[in-house]
Write a protein that binds this ligand. Structure first.
Ligand code: NAD
Length: 478
């Protein structure tokens, strides 16, 4: 079995003392052992990053942009390898892993452009209501940052944090998910070849307790950008409070797809299945609640049942697989537990609801429940698996009210052929991103993040860059 170093500090790879066994979720077999780190490794990484910050923070945006372009080109050059590692370790079909790699390239390219634009924007004068003073505005990197990412879109989540952090001039300590470090390690090797000064980019693989917790506490870390579960996000915020660190959080969701009266049925079915079953439903943005206008409900239920049952679940490397396994045994059992409780909640199972027969890995059939009670865990909690809940709604107002009745507010989808109605509904939804008649397209230029307990702050776009910057005003008496 492969034995990989799991620590990269100051330009050198190291084997840490905390072994992580990485598995292939399609088979349940071990793929590699990664020698991860602990609090000592975090301390070394933070020291190296702090030492590198003095020089890196003073480089021009143009220079940092050139290095980000280089990373994007390096990722493109190793595209096939990254796709393979992502599918092997995470279980996504190859086509989904390819989308992830393309997203990583687009994100590095976009922030390369923003870094280059920074030089022009620096030292802008600020109009003051007094002629006795002049003022200029600077945007400076906030310091050494800790980036903590989950396993569902590992490289993508990393790119959304790493590219703007480097563009801003921050030095970084990255902690990949202990479940999916393989593509992240390859990404780190690509970055290591791109000529960043030693200590600017550091990585420590390990568990949340061994690495994530000390990273969150370390006084040298100015900011933590975290994506993961709400339970851990709250712990990160609490720990970060001790040293008054900045925190960005991207957490869970329980999002809705609203099928309006005017919706074209086939489009609604296609978007409902994509929103529920892409990445085996392991998406913070899964639109796992589907609210269907009364007039379309019966046809929708028949259609979604047929479409979900036709989804080909299987080996991510087989060209004809639409959906792979769940990421590991813990997630598989968690989702099966949700389904089991759902069966006793009063909801009606339309299809699926069980593991895929004769499969060694963590495969679950696409599952659809109808008439899901509003107070059930199925309706209220994030399931993070291939489970859709469908409900009939009597009016647009009821659909909006049910969609907004959640502690989360990440995204929403609206399907309807009447543009005025679709836009009106979108405006009323408490969600950071609303798609109308569109799949879940994400552009680095547009913000990512949600309302309520889904997020604190925004990633992507200029907001993603601002999250790693401090604002400084220099005011001078003239
Ligand atoms: P998780 O919270 O278990 O772990 C996320 C990361 O935090 C991992 O790297 C983990 O090792 C680390 N961690 C665990 N305990 C820690 C601690 N005490 N201190 C610091 N770090 C710690 O989440 P997961 O199971 O990997 O991912 C699934 C969750 O992520 C879901 O809830 C999903 O909604 C959320 N998610 C949100 C977004 C978004 O953009 N809003 C995107 C992807 C995933």
């Amino acid at each position: 079995m492969l034995n990989l170093p799991g620590i990269y500090i100051e330009g050198a790879w190291h084997h840490g003392a905390q072994p992580l066994t990485v598995i292939n979720p399609s088979t349940g077999q071990s793929l590699a052992e990664v020698a991860g780190g602990d609090g000592d490794a975090v301390a070394c990484a933070a020291t190296a990053a702090q030492a590198a910050f003095a020089g890196w923070s003073r480089t021009t945006g143009a220079h940092r942009g050139e290095l980000l372009h280089r990373i994007a080109r390096g990722v493109e050059a190793r595209r096939e390898r990254l796709i393979e590692l992502q599918s092997r370790n995470n279980g996504k079909p190859l086509a989904e892993s390819a989308m992830d790699v393309d997203d990583v390239v687009a994100t590095f390219e976009y922030y390369a452009g923003l870094a280059q634009a920074l030089d022009r924007q620096q030292d802008q004068p600020l109009a003051l209501p007094s002629e006795d003073f002049s003022a200029r505005l600077r945007r400076e990197p906030c310091g050494v940052v800790g980036l903590i990412v989950p396993w569902n879109f590992p490289m993508v989540t990393t790119a959304w944090k790493l590219a703007p952090a480097l563009a801003a001039g921050c030095c970084v300590v990255l902690k990949p998910s202990e479940v999916t470090p393989l593509a992240e390690l390859e990404l780190a090797r690509i970055i290591a070849d791109c000529g960043l000064p030693d200590g600017v980019f550091n990585l420590v693989c390990g568990t949340g307790l061994a690495v994530g917790a000390p990273l969150t506490s370390d006084p040298r870390i100015a900011k933590v950008s975290f994506t993961g579960s709400n339970a851990v996000g709250v712990q990160v915020m609490q720990r970060a409070a001790e040293t008054v660190k900045g925190v960005s959080l991207e957490l869970g969701g329980k999002s809705s797809l609203l099928v309006l009266e005017s919706a074209e049925l086939e489009l609604a079915l296609e978007l409902a299945c994509a929103g529920g079953f892409f990445n085996a439903g392991q998406m913070c943005s899964a639109t796992s609640r589907v609210l269907v206008a009364d007039s379309l409900y019966d046809a929708f239920v028949d259609g979604v049942k047929a479409r979900a049952a036709a989804i080909r679940v299987g080996d991510p490397f087989a060209g004809d697989s639409d959906m792979g396994p769940l990421v590991n045994q813990a997630q598989y059992q968690r989702v099966l537990g949700h389904i089991e409780r759902g069966m006793h909640s009063g909801a009606r199972l339309l299809c699926g609801g069980k593991p895929l027969e004769h499969a060694a890995g963590y495969f679950i059939e696409p599952t659809v429940f109808a008439e899901v009670p509003l107070d059930s865990a199925l309706w209220r909690e994030e399931i993070f698996g291939p489970v859709l809940c469908v409900r009939r709604v009597a009016s647009e107002a009821e659909a909006v009210a049910l969609a907004n009745d959640s502690e989360f507010g990440l995204v929403a989808s609206v399907v309807g052929a009447d543009p005025a109605a679709a836009e009106r509904v979108a405006d009323q939804l408490q969600a950071g991103l609303v798609w109308i008649n569109a799949p879940q397209v994400i552009f680095p230029q547009a913000a990512w993040g949600g309302y309520k307990q889904s997020s604190l702050g925004r990633e992507l776009g200029p907001w993603g860059l601002a999250a790693f910057q401090e604002v400084k005003h220099v005011v001078r008496a003239v």
